[in-house]
Design a protein around this ligand. Structure first.
Ligand code: ARG
Length: 577
């Protein structure tokens, strides 16, 4: 635990407990007038019926000598304490944090098993920008959770089953396997889907073939399954191409598509029926979770089995809950899924709890996100008005980054520039998504995301690359300064150190709310703090060798935390740009 605010709270806890006669939160917060402010006495005074200033006095008496941590503790206002940390304490904490493999971030104290459901595109359909968001946010959460020491299982719940596969397979038969594979392989998933749909709507014999095919697919007919597998594998090849460009962790081992739960579907029906939760409604078998009504106030059903015997998206999701809890042993399931599916997921949770599949110890969390909007503030579309092809979007990002670096640094060697362009272009797309509060819609804006100013990936990456170049210029290995305990004479050195020590709380804060943008805000503040430090404190031209090393230590620490922070967001930091 590196954040001095948390350390101070821990240090003051026994004093508060002694005065209160019970555990109370010392409520240590950042302060504008000092390094921290202790506010805990205010609430405690109310419970004790004393004046806050008297309570503060008692707490400080119990705390005893704090001079190893604080150089100043001023009681102020109605009864809070403004605290200034000693330089030495801060310097030592930073030096400790930098020797720790988690860079001062507190590892998890009770490790839990997380299943993270993310990306989840649909077979033989173009991935849309919603899948892009899910992929980026989900991947960042996976990395953050693993970093602090949780166990994480990635699941890519692709849409690889259901009635549309009748028409898709028949279209594949019409095209011939080889041509169909080619079309899907080059990523023309939308063209394929649309043509199948067009035939289905226009041609009754095709429609009949599609229907028969669905029955054959569900009946496990071998030829049909073979054709279905072709569709799935050609599509996942395309998804993998996008994942490769995006640099996310998902692989084929993480595929847990809808088809995986097929064999469990009859059991879902049996279990619900045994629990007497299943009701017949308009010929279908449904469950009415409590508290859900439609616009007219009528109870809203979750359809489990349709009149024709077919199962539903909801049935699969219920089977999926059973699988995650009973087979995988998940303590927490995160669903990184767009906000429009909120009600669906709430109903799934409600039924699963009522059925006893989710106990009090197992959490199901909808990590919802808003839409991606174009400059016109409408849903992002390509120029032709079609859905944006993700592969071309990502390629464009790299191209644009390439042009931006060429402008900034024309001397860079081609190979290096291309590598940096990938990191910056992809980083920019990911960061612009991650840095906005996920529940809100966000505007996809090339110029803003690729700008070297402001809360953008290139700005943060640049801070990192700049530090790497300081070391290169001086021909000093970064490892060489890692045992230094810095001196913090200049206010900018102190401010930077305080900020570096907050990596711990920033990461945990982001994780607690499954909100990566909180970590982004921190990294942006860190980069700005570094810029200020670098403007005021000469590093290579420092007055003494000792001071130079101390400042080099601060530079190295900044670069390491920037790199680690970007890395848990799934963003790479080039050493040169
Ligand atoms: N394939 C779905 C879609 O494209 C998302 C699936 C999300 N995960 C889940 N378990 N329902 O909308």
């Amino acid at each position: 635990m590196a954040d001095p605010l948390s350390l101070l709270a821990r240090r003051l806890s026994p004093a508060f407990a002694a005065v209160a006669g019970a555990e109370v939160d010392p409520v240590v917060r950042p302060s504008e007038h000092a390094d921290a402010q202790v506010n805990g006495a205010l609430a405690l005074a109310k419970t004790l019926g004393k004046s806050p200033r008297d309570v503060v006095a008692l707490v400080l008496e119990h705390a005893g000598d704090m001079s190893d941590v604080c150089s100043d503790m001023q009681v102020a206002g109605p009864g809070f304490v403004n605290v200034v940390f000693t330089d030495r304490f801060l310097a030592e904490q930073l030096s400790l944090a930098m020797r720790d493999s988690l860079l001062g971030v507190a590892p998890v104290d009770s490790k839990r098993k997380f299943v993270v459901d993310y990306s989840a595109p649909n077979v033989a359909k173009e991935m849309h920008v919603g899948h892009l968001r899910s992929t980026i946010i989900g991947d960042a959460l996976v990395r953050m959770l693993s970093f602090v020491g949780h166990e994480v299982v990635r699941e890519n719940h692709i849409g690889d089953w259901g009635t549309p596969f009748g028409m898709l397979i028949e279209h594949l038969v019409d095209l011939g396997e080889a041509d169909a594979a080619h079309e899907l392989g080059v990523g023309d998933l939308d063209g394929f889907y649309k043509e199948a749909r067009r035939k289905f709507d226009a041609d009754d014999t095709f429609k009949e073939r599609a229907r028969t095919r669905v029955v054959a697919l569900q009946g496990g007919d071998e030829d049909t399954l073979h054709l279905w597998k072709t569709l799935v594998s050609e599509s996942t090849k395309y998804f993998n191409h996008v994942y490769g460009l995006l640099d996310v962790l998902l692989t084929d081992d993480d595929l847990a598509g809808e088809s995986k739960y097929n064999t469990l579907l009859p059991e879902v029906v049996q279990r619900l029926s045994r629990l007497k939760m299943l009701v017949e409604s308009d010929g279908a078998e449904v469950v009415f979770p409590e508290g859900y009504t439609n616009r007219d106030g009528d109870p809203l059903p979750l359809i489990i089995r349709k009149g024709d015997g077919g199962y539903n998206y909801a049935t699969t999701d219920l089977a999926c809950v059973i699988d995650r809890v009973e087979k995988i042993g998940a303590d927490v399931s995160l669903y990184v899924v767009g906000a429009p599916q909120a009600q669906h997921l709430q109903m799934i949770e409600s039924v699963s709890r009522a059925a006893g599949w989710l106990s009090d110890n197992s959490a199901m969390v909808h990590v919802a996100f808003g839409s991606v909007l174009g400059a016109d503030r409408k849903m992002l579309k390509s120029r032709s008005g079609d859905a944006v092809k993700l592969a071309s979007l990502l390629e464009e990002a790299v191209d644009r980054a390439n042009r931006a670096i060429t402008e900034k640094n024309p001397e860079m060697a081609d190979a290096q520039r291309e590598e940096a362009a990938r990191m910056i272009g992809i980083g920019a797309v990911k960061y612009s998504d991650l840095s906005s509060d996920r529940v809100k819609d966000y505007v996809f804006d090339w110029d803003r995301m690729l700008s070297f100013e402001g809360n953008t990936a290139p700005y943060l990456q640049y801070a990192h690359a700049r530090i790497c170049s300081i070391f290169r210029r001086a021909d000093i290995r970064r490892e060489a300064v890692r045992t230094v305990v810095p001196t913090l004479d200049a206010p900018q050195e102190r401010a930077l150190t305080l900020r570096l020590l907050q990596f711990d709380s920033a990461l945990w804060d982001a994780l607690d709310k499954y909100s990566p943008h909180r970590l982004c805000t921190y990294l942006y503040e860190l980069a700005s703090e570094f810029t200020t430090f670098y403007e005021h404190c000469p590093v290579l031209r420092a007055d003494s060798e000792e001071l130079r090393d101390s400042r080099l230590f601060l530079c190295d620490s900044t670069a390491r935390i920037m790199n680690a922070g970007l890395s848990v967001l799934g963003i790479r930091a080039p050493e040169m740009m």
